[in-house]
Ligand binder design. Sequence first.
Ligand code: AP5
Ligand code: MG
Ligand code: ZN
Length: 206
Amino acid sequence: MNIILLGAPGAGKGTQATRISEKFGLPHISTGDIFRDNIKRGTEIGLLAKSYTDKGQLVPDEVTCKIVEERLKAPDCKDGYLLDGFPRNLFQAQELDKFSKVDAVLNIDVDLSLLMARLCGRRVCKNCGESYHVDFLGGKADCERCGGELYQRKDDNEETVGNRLRVYNEQTAPLIEYYTKKGVLRSVNGVGDIEEVFARICEVLR
Ligand code: AP5
Ligand code: MG
Ligand code: ZN
């Protein structure tokens, strides 16, 4: 099954993707993670991407679409994939329709007023990518899953989060209508315990 995870920054796409990917055996493909990996390795794509991700703007479509098109050709995607953070505007959605078929779009719905606090308090594992929130870490500095070191993403500050939420409203939110019209959109309430939200997602995917 080819699944897209849609949702505002901080809605819990990455958090739920880890769980969905484990349970359904689908490769988790996050364009944000791909860009951060390229930035860390100092590649050409990384150098370009950094100037956009640091400001909370979208990396140009041409670059992003090509990365995803290539990634979906990998053998691990032949029985399905879980896309997190792509598509993010109408152009990307139309491009995706040209090179793949989307079976389901899971829209994780969270009131935008909750997202600033979720993102500014997020800590991510350097090793396995799991997300945590400072409020629930109780002072711990290591990942519960793998013991890796936790860090704060460079774009998780008030100013950049503000931009990311604006970009979401203007460019990504219209995809809800796009996929509703195609009959593939499933919305899930993303407020509540992480496991509770995951249970709702499993119910929808069944
Ligand atoms: P990307 O990495 O995709 O960031 P994003 O969309 O802003 O989403 P986040 O990763 O911030 O949020 P999430 O929904 O994954 O939340 P999480 O699960 O971590 O993109 C980064 C940048 O890359 C973009 O700004 C852009 O520049 C570029 N980019 C990426 N894709 C692109 C594309 N297609 N085109 C162009 N440019 C692109 O959870 C967040 C926090 O909330 C955590 O602290 C977590 O512990 C907590 N949390 C999760 N669930 C719950 C819950 N149920 N209750 C309470 N807290 C919760
Ligand atoms: Mg994410
Ligand atoms: Zn970890």
